[in-house]
Design a protein around this ligand. Structure first.
Ligand SMILES: CC(C)(COP(=O)(O)OP(=O)(O)OC[C@H]1O[C@@H](n2cnc3c(N)ncnc32)[C@H](O)[C@@H]1OP(=O)(O)O)[C@@H](O)C(=O)NCCC(=O)NCCS
Length: 377
């Protein structure tokens, strides 16, 4: 056997590797901070609405009042779905994973509203921002109630549109604004796994929808977007803070992961976590469920005490969504409703200065072998 030379330095999971330029987002650039086009996450969560942030991410600047009003109206007009897509959604089984429903719906839309010279990336991005909640809720209500729901809610806020389709009635302002803020927090996060997937696919120059389907697939896993659903499983396992303390110690003893904690880029805190924590608290109070917050906060303090680890956005999002009466398997799809903005921004940035993304591997297989004829194997 001929020995192979072992080249190159190996970097596990590309941690700490800078793989390209981007003007969209700073994530952990200055300690534990996050900004979109220079605007701090704390300011956006305090003062902006999700559509304002979507406009910023897709167009690189904040809209003025008139532009925002027009943009929200334009999005509201793009929420209905083509009949052919509704028919497809009706065919998807009721027990399907909701992320698969979204991936299939986006893929199908790519067949009937194809990207072309006259229907470009920005228009498709707006169309998906407007219609992703409609896709999921049409499928969901068709299978839950047997009804073909009207997707025209008259709501200009994405959060209100989604909640109205879910509840069948107008959400409270607390419910609406909590989800609106969570959409802002989830919108963009630099070269995370799903965004990097979108950029990698984009770099081969396919259509818009192909890249977004890849992003949805990457987000589905529990180490990425799927963590918010798993975090709720964990929190609901415990009836009180004392049993949570003991239970987390047992899990750590077994060296298992606690979902909703830790981060690849942030080292001591996730700047989004205190924001969603405060909204989760308000929602828990509003449904008179202080226990869920007490359990979650105890898990948080055990993780700090035992592992020096902090909650990421997914941990208290799980509490917030649960207290907003959102079904658990919709948590990661809500992430998609939001992250479509960041993915689209990165897709357009990648196209504007494209270079095929094609790294190398560190080969660990055998050296060159003599060919083995069939009879000798
Ligand atoms: C986010 C995450 C994937 C980052 O992973 P990473 O950068 O590869 O970090 P590592 O897995 O190398 O973690 C470093 C150490 O902290 C531990 N650790 C990290 N996150 C942990 C968690 N959530 N629970 C328990 N231990 C954790 C690891 O076991 C490892 O310990 P070791 O050095 O003794 O082996 C990881 O923290 C994780 O799996 N978290 C849970 C899933 C989650 O919440 N994902 C959403 C991310 S926004």
């Amino acid at each position: 056997m001929v020995e192979m030379k072992m080249p190159k330095k190996k970097v596990g999971g590309l941690a700490g590797v800078v793989v390209g330029d981007s003007a969209i987002c700073t994530c952990g650039l200055e300690e534990q901070t996050l900004s979109y086009y220079g605007y701090q996450i704390e300011d956006m969560a305090e003062h902006a609405c999700f559509e304002e942030v979507a406009y910023l991410l897709l167009r690189g600047r904040l809209p003025n009042a008139k532009e925002l009003e027009i943009y929200q109206t334009q999005l509201a007009a793009k929420r209905d779905l083509p009949t052919a897509l509704k028919t497809v959604l009706e065919q998807i089984p009721s027990n399907a994973n909701m992320m698969d429903v979204l991936r299939t719906a986006v893929s199908f839309l790519g067949n009937i509203e194809q990207e072309s010279e006259s229907y470009g990336a920005l228009e498709i991005a707006d169309r998906l921002i407007a219609s992703l909640p409609s896709m999921l809720m049409y499928w969901y209500q068709f299978h839950q109630t047997g009804k073909r729901i009207d997707l025209d809610t008259g709501e200009t806020s994405t959060a209100a549109h989604f909640l109205r389709l879910l509840y069948g009635t107008k959400p409270s302002e607390l419910q609406r604004r909590s989800i609106d803020v969570s959409l802002i927090l989830y919108a963009e996060h630099e070269f995370n796994a799903s965004t990097f997937t979108v950029r990698t696919i984009t770099s081969t120059l396919p259509d818009f929808y192909s890249a977004i389907c890849g992003g949805i697939g990457a987000l589905r896993g529990p180490l990425h977007g799927g963590a918010n659903e798993k975090a709720l499983d964990l929190i609901l396992r415990f009836n009180d803070p004392e049993s949570a303390d003991k239970g987390i110690m047992d899990i750590l003893e077994k060296k298992e992961l606690i979902m909703g904690f830790g981060h690849r880029v942030y080292t001591s805190s996730d700047p989004r976590s205190p924001i969603i924590h405060s909204w989760a608290k308000k929602l828990a109070d509003s449904v008179n469920n202080p226990n869920i917050m007490a359990v979650a906060e105890r898990i948080d303090s055990v993780m700090a005490r035992e592992k020096n680890l902090f909650p990421n956005l997914d941990f208290y999002s799980a509490v917030a969504y649960h207290c907003a009466d959102i079904p658990q398997d919709m948590f990661t799809p809500i992430f998609v409703f939001s992250r479509i903005t960041g993915w689209s921004a990165h897709l357009m940035e990648q196209r504007a200065k494209n270079k095929l993304i094609r790294p190398n591997s560190n080969y660990t297989g055998p050296g060159v072998l003599p060919w083995l004829p069939m009879q000798q194997r």
